[in-house]
Design a protein around this ligand. Structure first.
Ligand code: PLP
Length: 423
């Protein structure tokens, strides 16, 4: 027994030693058995999707580059050569769900962060009588509404991309925005937020302590809303609605997903909200025909250790001797969301851990060969495909979707520095 009186975690040596590995989730169950027991189901994800669509006219008004108001990315086929290289299997079919190039924010966190700010705007809009029906949502960009939103603060704790997503939509609607970040969060991500007019508060500790401090600071404040990356249901459901986007694109491409044509989706995981929400949405749509593989840095496999520990207590990577230091800043999270771990713990196929050096090699290769501009966290998804195919028979025969989660808006100097690290 450990000092705290809890049994030691059953983890492979590779995880404790910080070596890349493929960890099969022992709690993986059948979707048909697990989904009915969860707190959220298709009705909740459909409601999130319907809310996104209600806001299309407002988003199109606020951001002219969003012609339809829809925040979605392309589904790009990988060339046969690249699919074979990535998977280690000649003849493999692979796609990129290109959220690295998601409009407005260039990262997957918009799916949750923008969505939660829209939920708050809708709540305030309904209370004030500004919204009278589905066709009235563009009204929320009128000057009088903006001025009213200006006395309200949206706060968030973030490694960077969630803060940016909340900042972009929050400032566009006229809210005050306050983003709490760890001191080692990327300087350019802090600068970009300040340029938007957001207040950036720096904390001495890691991302988790920045979130905890912000949560306390905003507790009980009627003039503010705190977007809780670790435990917000709205954030989670905003991500989950992405499953409808992927299904629409697969349908349009004539790709069937069923028992005979399984799909494996590779999702970089930080606190877990984005990959967890997408996993819930996809499992609701495709059941066991979709397999969701999470990808984490060797130094920060917080979801892996949490799934290994089970739902009874929260476990951090520090407890198993890891240091949470990684170049994949979006994934530098020591403690996973208990909401996410508790919800998708039986739906995640496996967690693949990847070393930082591989992130840079894939970042460079995907740029050279496919023109994909990725940040290290997003390149992690590519680093996982080959190891997963080598270790998981059910996955090796699937079609692959690599979810690239961020990078298009990386400043040029940052991107060049990342390319240079690969050399
Ligand atoms: C680029 C990128 N990918 C993946 C993630 C992981 O998302 P989550 O923290 O919700 O697991 C993040 C989180 O910030 C990110 O910035």
């Amino acid at each position: 027994m450990s000092a705290a009186g809890t049994p030691p975690l059953d983890l492979p040596d590779a995880v404790r030693d910080g070596r890349p590995t493929v960890w099969r989730n022992p709690r993986l169950g059948r979707a048909a058995e697990i989904l009915p027991g969860l707190a959220f189901g298709l009705a909740e994800v459909e409601a999130a999707e319907a809310r996104w669509r209600r806001f299309d006219p407002l988003l199109a008004r606020l951001f002219p580059e969003l012609a339809t108001g829809r925040i979605d990315s392309a589904l790009l086929p990988l060339s046969a050569d690249l699919a074979a290289l990535v998977s280690g299997r000649p003849g493999a079919a692979a796609w990129v769900k290109a959220d690295h190039d998601l409009p407005i924010t260039g990262c997957i966190k918009a799916r949750g962060g923008v969505y939660e700010v829209l939920v708050e705007a809708e709540r305030l809009g309904l209370a004030a009588g500004w919204l009278s029906g589905a066709s009235s949502y563009a009204r929320l960009a009128d000057p009088d509404v903006r001025a009213a939103f200006g006395v309200h603060t949206i706060a968030v704790g973030s490694t960077g991309n969630l803060g940016f997503s909340v900042g972009v939509i929050g400032r566009a609607l006229g809210f005050q925005v306050e983003v709490h970040m760890s001191h080692d969060a990327k300087a350019w991500k802090k600068r970009r937020l300040r340029d938007l007019g957001a207040r950036v508060v720096e904390h001495a500790g890691d991302y988790g302590s920045a979130v905890a401090a912000a949560r306390i600071a905003f507790e009980g404040r009627a003039d503010a809303h705190f977007v809780d990356d670790e435990s917000s249901v709205d954030l989670f459901l905003g991500y989950a609605a992405a499953a409808f986007d992927l299904r629409r694109q697969l349908d349009a491409a004539g790709v069937s997903v069923d028992a005979a044509h399984p799909l494996c989706v590779y999702l970089p995981c930080g606190v877990g909200g984005a990959p967890g929400g997408v996993t819930l949405g996809l499992k609701l749509l495709y059941g066991d025909a979709v397999r969701c593989v999470f990808v984490e840095p060797v130094a920060a496999p917080c979801m892996l250790v949490q799934l290994a520990a089970g739902p009874a207590r929260s476990v951090s990577v520090y407890e198993v001797g890891l240091d949470n230091r990684t170049a994949a800043d979006g994934l530098a999270v020591a403690t996973a969301s208990m909401l996410v771990a508790g919800t998708v713990g039986g739906l995640v196929e496996a967690v693949v851990t990847v070393g930082d050096a591989d992130l840079f090699t894939w970042l460079r290769d995907l740029w050279d060969r496919a023109g994909l501009r990725l940040e290290p966290s997003a390149a992690a998804a590519f680093a996982a495909v080959g190891p997963a195919c080598g270790a998981l028979p059910d996955v090796a025969h699937a079609m692959h979707v690599v979810w690239t989660t961020g990078g298009a808006l990386l400043p040029e100097a940052e991107f060049q520095a990342a390319l240079a690290q690969a050399a």
